[in-house]
Design a protein around this ligand. Sequence first.
Ligand SMILES: [Zn+2]
Length: 259
Amino acid sequence: MAIAPKELRDLIRRLEKQFTGGVDMDLIRTWLPQLRGTLTSAFPSDDEIMAEVARIMGARFRAGLKSLPKRHKMHIGRLGPEIIAEQYRPMLRERIRASAELIKLNRDEEIERQLRRFAGWATGSLPSQAKRSDKGELAKGVTKALQQDTFERRRVCIDQGHKLIAAVDDVIALEHGAIAKKWRHVIPHAGYQSREEHLERDGVVYAVKGNAMLEAGRMRKAGRPYAEDLDEQPAVAPYCQCFWEAIYDLEDLPDDMRA
Ligand SMILES: [Zn+2]
């Protein structure tokens, strides 16, 4: 970060002190451009965002790949984790780029929001309010916005990392002929907001449409929809940490799905 958040807060405090009441055009004309510059450098730059996203998502990707053999049993074939990592690296790169774009948009929006607050503050009072009691509010607001931005950035990275692994899982299940999928709901951390309908699906097995065992009459869908036809898929909704556990063998199906 080019400047410390403290520098930004100090600048805003100085501006708040200079406020003369009423519509302070001088404050707006002189200070708005400078405030924009200072605000911009208090938030992470494009390069810093890219580096942070790559670091967090890269770690999530490696951890996800490590647990692939467990999630897909032996059906990831004889491929070692390195070969799989190579195969899916383009998906990682694509998602890193997309996530960084999303985070940059959020950042730019936040900078504009703070500038609007400042302009609103410098124009929205009566002349007698030069000694307004809300001085200090702008600086506090900016501090909060910077903290929130850091938090949101991590949240987006973790969510996108999970979506990436879910997408990798999906391709592997498809390529290796999964016959069914079990919805798994986990509570990854305290304060995680479970979705009621996802919690209800935890452990429920759904057939994969048109799979070889279904065609051969060796399994049934047991009155449940096909996995692909559900109104929702795991890990698609914002911050959902559910995932599919692929099933490849008839013996791993619940009793009611075996023909
Ligand atoms: Zn969920």
